[in-house]
Design a protein around this ligand. Structure first.
Ligand SMILES: Cc1ncc(COP(=O)(O)O)c(C=O)c1O
Length: 423
């Protein structure tokens, strides 16, 4: 599309946007009595207006039925987690039986490592991206130590080349090939939290399979943001959180994908709990654990219904909008942002560290501000533009298709222009 750097053009894009009405389904925080320009859906997505009503319904059912709400609530709590796989299936590209909603992200990763990180004497290494989100680094370090290895020896990190900010797929593939006899697990994020780079998950999973290693993904910044085909890519396992692009509230319940090829692998070690037990006999309360087939068999505890209610409310908005439609809008919205950033009079004062083109990025754009970055960030926040700051000099922002507009993106670029021209 031929973009133009004018307010009128941004407004024209908004008026022809079929998804523009979804903005009205969200509660947008105010700043100085005016709606903010909220660009931190990559950190905490906004609250859908429906959420309160759906949580209240669970509270009402609890008040009305007490324990009987497990069976009598309008959405019975005993099977509450079953509401989610079909709603998440188009978002992560998995079959319903491969998806379960439970716990939170880092906890889920540990449970998945128990089953899928099975080091042997010769194959015990984990390959991951350098500068992964710290929680992933801590989790992986603790896992290798738990199995008796030293992180220095057992963790292989792949970094961008000198003076580059993105990782090259060829370098990832080459590192896997070079270490093919010692890698047990290839564990990558789908989207790097700092740069917003989308990794070539398909090629990474294929290469892992080729060397007979397991492939696992952290999709915190990918789920709800970019196209995923976890089943077709033959990814072994993945986990994500629901509070970023999936708008399900702070600390919201996490999600897990386990490929159907593992659905009946009952010999895999796993940490178990009663909610993973065969549901037809769960309430017989027998001593012996009988796992359910598929991802459900990895559950431990009964559903945290209030957190899941927020997740349900949000996923119904995704369903109504259609995930493909959202991805199409997202591409144009961030393409427009990139166009405006390139067109800044002071474009040289910023360095965009996110790959310029989709599909190498989703909606997030990270930029290094060369002079007085913190003041530029504070200036934006003072003007009601909510972005986030990562030390030492990076501003991240994510225009999300459900509630951000082209006019938001235009207004941001103008404010940034003013602020950087003063520094
Ligand atoms: C990539 C990534 N991994 C892991 C986490 C940790 O998530 P949680 O606190 O839900 O375990 C985050 C949190 O933002 C993240 O961005």
């Amino acid at each position: 599309m031929d973009f133009q750097n004018t307010l009128e053009f941004a407004k024209t894009l908004d008026s022809s946007d079929k998804l523009s009405t979804f903005r009205d389904e969200f509660l947008i925080p105010n700043h100085d009595n005016k709606p903010t320009i909220y660009f931190t859906g990559n950190s905490l997505g906004l609250q859908p207006k429906k959420t309160k009503q759906i949580i209240y319904q669970e509270l009402d059912d609890w008040a009305k039925y007490g324990v009987e709400g497990h069976f009598m609530a309008s959405r019975p709590w005993v099977s509450y987690h079953e509401l989610f796989p079909s709603l998440l299936s188009p978002i992560v590209g998995g079959h319903s039986s491969e998806i379960v909603v439970m716990n939170q992200l880092t906890s889920n990763l540990h449970f998945l490592f128990v089953s899928f990180y099975r080091p042997t004497k010769s194959r015990y290494k984990i390959l991951m991206e350098g500068k992964a989100f710290p929680s992933d680094q801590y989790a992986v370090e603790s896992q290798v130590k738990f199995h008796g290895y030293s992180p220095e020896d057992a963790i292989i990190e792949v970094f961008p080349r000198e003076s580059e900010t993105s990782l090259r797929t060829e370098d990832i593939i080459e590192t896997i090939e070079k270490n093919k006899d010692s890698i047990a697990l290839v564990f990558f994020s789908g989207v790097n939290y700092y740069t917003g780079q989308v990794f070539d998950m398909k090629s990474i999973a294929k290469k892992a399979e080729e060397i007979d290693a397991v492939c696992g993904l952290d999709l915190a910044h990918a789920a709800g943001n970019v196209t995923l085909h976890l089943h077709d890519w033959n990814v072994d396992f993945a986990a994500w959180c629901s509070y970023k692009y999936l708008n399900s509230g702070p600390g919201g319940v996490g999600g897990v994908f386990i490929h159907e090829k593992h659905a009946k692998e009952f010999s895999l070690p796993r940490f178990t709990g009663w909610w993973g037990h065969d549901k037809t006999t769960r309430f017989k309360m027998d001593k012996t654990f009988v796992p359910m087939q598929g991802a459900e068999g990895w559950q431990l505890s009964n559903a945290p219904v209030l957190s899941m209610a927020a997740h349900f409310a949000s996923l119904k908005v995704f369903e109504a909008a259609g995930f493909e439609n959202l991805l199409n809008k997202s591409k144009t919205l961030t393409d427009y942002l990139m166009f405006l950033l390139k067109d800044l009079h002071h474009a040289k004062k910023i360095n965009i560290i996110t790959p310029f083109e989709s599909p190498d990025r989703g909606c997030q754009v990270s930029m290094l501000i060369k002079n007085n970055g913190k003041q530029v960030y504070e200036g934006l926040m003072k003007e009601g533009v909510i972005v986030d700051w990562r030390e030492p000099d990076v501003i991240r922002l994510a225009p999300v298709p459900l509630y951000n507009s082209f006019e938001d993106v235009y207004a941001f670029a103008k404010k940034l222009e003013n602020l950087i021209s003063n520094h």
